[in-house]
Structure formats: C-alpha cells, structure tokens
Design a protein around this ligand. Sequence first.
Ligand code: ASP
Length: 189
Amino acid sequence: MAEKKKIAVIATGGTIAGTGPAGDAAGYRAGELPVEEVVSSVPGLGEIADLEMHTVCQVDSNDITFGAYREVKNLVEQLETDPSVDGVVITHGTDTLEETAFLLNLVLDVTKPVVITGAMRPATATSADGPANLMQAVRLAADDSARGMGVLAVFSNMVFAGRDVKKTDSMSTDAFRQNEFGLLGYVRD
Ligand code: ASP
C-alpha cells in the first residue's frame, strides 16, 4: 500500500470557516472557526493524509491583505523545502478566491501540489459544502498527478487552473467555472 502523504492546510478564513444560525445558509460570519475544527468536521480525512495545520488569518476574503498574501507565499515556499510535506491546501473565502489563486500562481515557483478551496455555505449550514470541498482538495494535493501543475482550485467536484478560475455564481454551491478554457478534471472519491 502506498505510504500516507502529509498535507499542510493553510487557513485564511472564508465561509468554509463560517458560523451562523443553525441550518441557515445566510446570515453567518466568515472566518470564525479555527482550522482544526474545520478539518475535524470532515469524516475520514485523516485516513487520506496526515495533516498539519497553519493559520495565516481568519477573515472574510474581501478583507484579505497584501500582508496575508505575502505570508501565504512565504509559507508555501517554506513547505516546498520541507521533505516531510507532500502538498498544500489553502482554505479561502470564495469572493476573492480567484484573485488569490491567480496571484499565487504567478508568484510561486513550486513543484508540490498547491490546491485552494472554500465553501458557499458556512460550517453550521444544513449540507455545508466545505467538508466535501476540503476532502477533495486534500485528495488532489496528495495525488502525484497534481505535481508541477501550478496553483489549482477545487470546488464542487471540479479541478480548475488557478490562473483561469472564476466565481460565476453567488448562490449555488457549484459556484466556479473556467469559462472557455474548460476544466482540468474532476475529483470523485
Ligand atoms: N464573503 C465570503 C468570503 O469571501 C464568501 C465565501 O467565502 O463564500 O470570505
């Protein structure tokens, strides 16, 4: 059996870490939950990969700063040189996920998989989509086929290039597209 990979999860906040009235999809606050709680809400995640958690910030992604961008970049570069880490997942708010993915794809020169994801429903919503997105992002980051591909985004079963991904829907959990460039792939288990 292949050895279990180690994936570093870098949290920046967003709806994936949001909390609000039980069951509701709206009226929540983004970036409330610590990354450890976000990760522990995903059944079976620890069987897919060993995880190490880092928190850069816990904000609504409309409030992300250049300082946070710099910290994420430096951290990913540091993880690239850490032989115990196989890949990186970044959790992020969806509103500016495409800007962060585009920027990181320009400034990072790394071979290990770097996968950004988020959620449209807060962690406290009925059928929150964060756990499935995070599970798929970790699976992709642990997959050798994602090495050397630049920054990738995973959302709602789909794999996008960080350069081209766009938020195209502000209501649906199926919120991202890559327009005329198509998809890089799908994640299914
Ligand atoms: N306003 C949130 C954010 O971008 C929306 C989300 O994460 O879906 O942080």
